[in-house]
Write a protein that binds this ligand. Structure first.
Ligand SMILES: *[C@@H]1O[C@H](CO)[C@@H](O)[C@H](O)[C@H]1NC(C)=O
Ligand SMILES: *[C@@H]1O[C@H](CO)[C@@H](O)[C@H](O)[C@H]1NC(C)=O
Length: 487
């Protein structure tokens, strides 16, 4: 350092603090204004305005609504609206759009937003997991301000579906907007401010059992948004299933005309499971009596159909699980339904475990795109599974399985079997359950299929006329909000 540099250095050393002090005395708000960048001398001196010092533009952090997905395309499948009769279509489309709008509300679509966390924020807040009961005052955890020294610290919080407050406010504590949607807290001590933040509560004022609010939390030029989940806790519904297979599982059968086969099935069940309850839903035209210990035979009005029967049978189950079998199946020496229970008990997330009928597991995946809210979704059934079920050799996640499966009773009841579908319908149950039921298919859980015998009129019911499939697609067009469907 030569002489002139040294002089300049000393001059700066003296002048800068004097200048800063002068500013401080002229304008008591100095520290506050220069909050973000005290060391940025040129800025301080050149913009002595009352605007906040901004070091970078305020970012857009949301909320961004997770909006309408793009249209989907279905290769080789005709648009489902072609299956609706022309004179009905316009009106039906209007009704579908309205029902879909309501469905989106029920699914909480309006709360489905994307939030971004800004960089370098001095604000700490709960990102995930802050949940409140409707109308109940709850402390907001984790609110903290961390920043450099100021003469005054001031933060604001605002919400939409509730009110905010600070508990036990003492004299000398500055809180504005108690029990309102906008809360402002200020203090000359960071410690005191954080102590106040520690006592902030949220109380929802809009009654709803399943919704969300967004809290905006800000300090100077910084703002963050975090979600508040509003949930009425639901009460668990548990099954005391015991250790014995008879208290864990009920066998369900839908019977229609084929009594000879039904008796073979029952006899085969009784050979291995003499006491397990069997529920039969029967919509035959001239029902025959089926009697026996632990057999419940429900006679329905004739030809109510496949899914109506399944629904009736499932509605009568009192065990944790049920086993679905067709009336022409037959239990084999190797049919061990305990294996299903073992898997379901070991993996409580599972809802449905499919076996194999005469070596056939008939599993499939459903390729589903939601599509735009105007047109609807595209669905395609393809053969295949997702990934293996860890720990269970030969079991794979799928979207649908064969007619021989064990299921968690309460999970299936929530999805239900659409009684509109009278004849061949199986995939449709898994379609309705997509995203609600966790399904696997397992090798080696075998049951037999009785040799085909033509039982009078059965075939003509089983194999529907063309008009049926037309009605069916038009039904899915509305009910599942589909643009096209392909099996
Ligand atoms: C709450 O604050 C927001 C954002 O600053 C403002 O738009 C709104 O008018 C305020 N509402 C009340 C009731 O003070
Ligand atoms: C099933 O097991 C029984 C008793 O172990 C045996 O007598 C019968 O032959 C077996 N049946 C078949 C089809 O393997």
């Amino acid at each position: 350092m030569n002489r002139s540099h040294r002089i300049t250095f000393i001059v700066i050393l003296i002048i800068v603090p004097v200048f800063l002090l002068a500013l401080f005395y002229i304008d008591g708000d100095f520290w506050n204004k220069t909050s973000t960048q005290i060391w940025s001398f040129s800025r301080i001196s050149s913009c002595k305005t009352h605007a906040q010092v901004q070091d970078f533009p305020k970012p857009n952090i949301g909320p961004f609504l997770n909006g309408n997905p793009p249209s989907c395309t279905c290769q080789n499948a005709p648009p489902a609206n072609q299956f609706v009769s022309k004179d009905e279509l316009e009106d039906l489309q209007k009704r579908r759009a309205e029902e879909y709008r309501q469905h989106q509300i029920r699914m909480g679509k309006q709360n489905d937003v994307l939030l971004l966390a800004p960089a370098n924020t001095p604000l700490q807040y709960p990102i995930k997991g802050f949940r409140v009961t409707p109308m109940k005052k709850t402390l907001i955890p984790g609110l903290v301000l961390q920043t450099r020294m100021r003469t005054l610290y001031k933060v604001s919080l605002s919400v939409q579906k509730g009110v905010l407050s600070v508990m036990d406010v003492q004299e000398g504590e500055h809180v504005d907007g108690q029990n309102a949607i906008n809360l402002t807290i200020s203090s000359s001590s960071l410690h005191q401010l954080n102590d106040l933040l520690n006592r902030v509560t949220y109380t929802s004022t809009v009654y709803h059992i399943k919704t969300e609010d967004l809290a905006y939390f800000s300090f100077e030029n910084h703002e963050v948004i975090f979600p508040i989940v509003i949930r009425r806790p639901s009460v668990p519904v548990l099954f005391d299933s015991g250790k014995d297979i008879n208290s864990q599982v009920t066998i369900l059968v839908k019977a229609f005309l084929r009594y000879k086969e039904l008796h073979v099935l029952i006899k085969s069940i009784r050979q291995f499971y003499p006491n397990i309850k069997i529920i039969i839903a029967d919509d035959s035209h001239n029902p025959e009596k089926v009697v026996g210990d632990n057999i419940e035979h429900y006679i329905m009005p004739p030809a109510q159909g496949w899914f109506a029967g399944r629904n009736l049978a499932v509605s009568q189950v009192t065990t944790k699980y049920f086993l679905w079998v067709d009336d022409d199946f037959v239990f084999l020496n190797e049919t061990r339904i305990e294996s299903f229970v073992k898997i379901l008990e070991a993996v409580p997330d599972l809802d449905v475990v499919g076996g194999e009928v005469q070596g056939n597991r008939f599993f499939f995946r459903l390729q589903y795109e939601e599509g735009s809210s105007e047109e609807g979704g595209c669905i395609k059934r393809v053969r295949g599974t997702h990934t293996p079920l860890p720990g269970f050799n030969g079991c794979f996640y799928a979207d649908g399985v064969v007619n021989y499966f064990m299921a968690r009773t309460d999970a299936v009841r929530r999805v239900g079997f659409d009684p509109f579908l009278k004849r061949v319908a199986h995939t449709e149950f898994f379609l309705d359950g997509l995203g609600d039921l966790l399904v696997v298919t397992c090798k080696g859980l075998r049951i037999g299929h009785q040799k085909k015998s033509s039982t009078g009129k059965y075939g003509s019911y089983r194999h529907p006329p063309k008009s049926d499939s037309r009605n069916k697609i038009s039904h899915h067009y509305f009910k599942n909000h589909l643009k096209c469907i392909r099996y």
